[in-house]
Design a protein around this ligand. Structure first.
Ligand code: HEM
Length: 134
């Protein structure tokens, strides 16, 4: 049997498998279109322009799924729960956030296995961001 030299087998990341940066840009862009018109979420965003927030979430998700580490180069360790402390993330905010993500994920039309992986993560992450019963 021929040996495969160490380092030549490249495991494809989820980031690559779903189409790389353009896929994550589309996902988060669509998501923020939803946020822009949402009566619960829109007032929570401190900046008038949602563009910078859109960019941060895009870079975070790209990094999480095995893409470039630009998020951490710019922002340091994610510490997402801590970063959400200033915002009142209650059940209603959670539900609104996930509803816009659901729309955005649907639009990507990923392979069912990838869609499930992405969605399961978003559901889990959104739940862990709840910081008030309010
Ligand atoms: C559950 C409901 C959630 C609400 C209401 C919420 C709300 C917010 C708000 C108001 C901001 C500040 C905007 C900004 O300056 O970037 C923010 C930032 C952010 N959120 Fe969320 N979020 C939620 C869940 C999540 C989840 C599940 C993730 C990850 C999968 C996430 C990832 C991020 C990231 C990466 C940032 C930017 C952090 C930074 O670098 O400063 N959020 N979120």
């Amino acid at each position: 049997m021929t040996e495969i030299p160490r380092g030549t087998v490249q495991q494809q990341t989820f980031f690559d498998a779903v189409g790389g940066e353009p896929t994550f840009r589309r996902l988060v862009h669509r998501f923020y279109e939803g946020v822009a018109g949402d009566p619960i979420l829109r007032p929570m965003y401190p900046e008038e322009d949602l563009g910078p927030a859109e960019k941060r979430l895009t870079l975070f998700l790209m990094q999480y799924w095995g893409g470039p580490r630009t998020y951490s180069e710019n922002r340091g360790h994610p510490r997402l729960r801590m970063r959400h402390v200033p915002f009142q993330v209650d059940r209603a905010a959670h539900d609104a956030w996930l509803a816009h993500m659901r729309d955005a994920v649907d639009e990507l039309q990923l392979a069912p296995e990838h869609e499930r992986q992405l969605w399961d993560y978003l559901v889990y992450a959104a739940n862990s961001m709840i910081n008030t019963t309010g």
